[in-house]
Ligand binder design. Structure first.
Ligand code: NAD
Length: 488
């Protein structure tokens, strides 16, 4: 695969496909052209799904679990062996700091194969000896079988990490996949095709079709009757469209969707830790993290001090391109996303927010002026009903509101259609447990953020998702549990 020409990966080969359509992939850092990407239509999707179906009946389907696990270990090792290639591709597509991608995106991309390869070798199922009226008895047991062809549709914010978080367990369970990566970040998904071939993954097990969502590869993939299940990470509204498509044929879905996550900071917290954690949860990856914090509630007595310290932290952030070792914040993913985030910056000002810091586009020198940069931004003073506190912005911004008691803040934190995650900062552990249990979300961090053993369940409540992935919970989605009863 030449980096300048990103092709589909179908049945073990890179192909331009039949549509002849391509689109441009532009750098978020300076707007320059990174690559030309081939856009898949119904035909490419059908070819990829057919290859995936055929592979189920081939060597992949006949492999023992330990053999499959060994192949996936080789995939993980292959990613690490080409660490620099993956790092360069991910940074080029996203513009994120190299330090971030090298610590999180690429190693987790590899780990996602190892974790599930090891898990699948050790997962138990049930078996019961049961009596029968004639006295001979029966053996009733369950086995896990793959679901079949799984469609994987992934977003752009953590491209390799989030895509492999689904491909890893899907393959470990013996399925085959057709991946539709985000149109913004196609490169590492394509690069993984090379690693799959080198690792000896049979042809057709891992397929990639590039393109957009509606009227393009994404929609066609969800509509293809050869797809048995759909796993998706992205916006809630996209999830609704995919769910409607999945209804035809009653296909199973697993959704990791949007959020409007609160952080609750009590006066008895360790202020240094709360500031450090909130700096990361609000501004890491330029605020483009589904688990990021856009609503912060701070107990009245420490409100002013907290706002002042977060302002100081935001103003110390250094914006720069991936190769700038001192930079800790990159650009947004695209000019289009920059427009969306800036529309919220304007809306906040129109609604009379107090702009504590930021609120605009930074002055970037030279070529960087063509990039999708925005300032890290903090607001105070808006009511809870404001769109700034209700809608997911997905940028480096947050609103801070004061609160006066625990019951009140729990009610305000829960007053949202979303339910992905929350952070609670307190020195009182009983309160930490109590508040965690009262929050309507899938994940709560107490005195931390983004800390999770990958064996635990991950997913959102309310409109933030359907189902849980992680550890054995992934197996619930990626396998069918078959019940077999043998009369003895
Ligand atoms: P998006 O929904 O716009 O796109 C995600 C993917 O879906 C892309 O590959 C896109 O091409 C495809 N798509 C779009 N419309 C489609 C359609 N009608 N049919 C099939 N596919 C379609 O999301 P995004 O902008 O790429 O990512 C940001 C969003 O993802 C945010 O809402 C964020 O909160 C969410 N997200 C959630 C999690 C989580 O774990 N809950 C993790 C990361 C991101």
């Amino acid at each position: 695969m030449a980096e300048a020409d990103v092709r589909h990966f179908i049945d073990g080969d890179f192909t331009a496909g039949a549509t002849g359509r391509t689109f441009e992939n532009r750098s978020p850092v300076d707007g320059s052209l990174i690559s030309t990407v081939h856009e898949g239509g119904r035909e490419e999707v059908a070819a990829a799904v057919a290859a995936a179906r055929a592979a189920l009946a081939g060597p992949w389907g006949r492999m023992s679990v330990p053999e499959r696990a060994e192949v996936l270990h080789r995939v993980a090792d292959g990613i690490m062996a080409r660490f620099d290639d993956f790092l360069a591709a991910e940074c080029l597509d996203t513009g994120k700091p190299r330090s971030l991608a090298s610590h999180i995106d690429i190693p987790r991309g590899a780990a996602n194969f190892k974790i599930f390869a090891d898990l699948i070798k050790n997962v138990p199922t049930e078996a019961f000896q049961m009596p029968t009226p004639d006295g001979t008895g029966a053996l009733n047991y369950a086995v896990r079988v793959p679901k079949g062809v799984v469609a994987v549709i992934s977003p752009w914010n953590l491209p390799l990490l989030l895509m492999t978080w689904k491909v890893g367990p899907a393959l470990a369970c013996g399925n085959t996949v057709v991946v539709k990566p985000s149109e913004e970040t196609p490169t590492t998904t394509a690069l993984l095709g090379e690693v799959m071939n080198a690792a000896g993954v049979p042809k057709g097990v891992y397929n990639v079709v590039h393109g957009f969502g509606p009227d393009s590869a994404g929609q066609f993939l969800t509509q293809d009757a050869g797809v048995d299940a759909i796993t998706f990470t992205g916006e809630t509204r996209t999830g609704e469209a995919i769910m409607a498509a999945a209804a035809t044929g009653v296909r199973d879905v697993s959704f990791e969707l949007g959020g409007k996550n609160p952080a609750i900071v009590f006066a008895d917290c360790d202020m240094d830790a709360a500031i450090e954690g909130t700096m990361r949860s609000a501004f890491a990856n330029c605020g483009q993290v589904c688990l990021g914090t856009e609503r912060i509630y701070v107990e009245q007595s420490i409100f002013d001090a907290f706002v002042a310290r977060l302002k100081e932290g935001a103003e110390a952030l250094r914006l720069g391109p991936p190769e700038d070792e001192a930079a800790n914040m990159g650009p947004l993913i695209s000019k289009e996303h920059q427009d969306k985030v800036l529309s919220y910056y304007r809306k906040a000002a129109d609604e009379g927010a107090n702009v504590v810091t930021g609120g605009g586009v930074p002055d970037m020198a030279g070529d960087l002026a063509g990039g999708a940069w925005v300032e890290p931004t903090i607001w105070t003073g808006l009511p809870d009903a404001s769109p700034i506190l209700r809608e997911e912005i997905f940028g480096p911004c947050c609103h801070i509101s004061p609160f006066s008691d625990e019951g009140e803040v729990i009610g305000r934190a829960n007053d949202t259609p979303y339910g992905l995650c929350a952070s609670v900062w307190t020195g009182d552990m009983a309160r930490g447990h109590r508040v965690s249990q009262a929050l309507d979300v899938g994940i709560v961090w107490v005195n931390s953020w983004f800390l999770r053993d990958l064996r635990t369940p991950f997913g959102g409540a309310k409109q933030s998702g359907i189902g849980r992935e992680g550890g054995v919970h992934s197996l619930e989605f990626y396998t069918e549990l078959k019940n077999i009863c043998v009369k003895l």
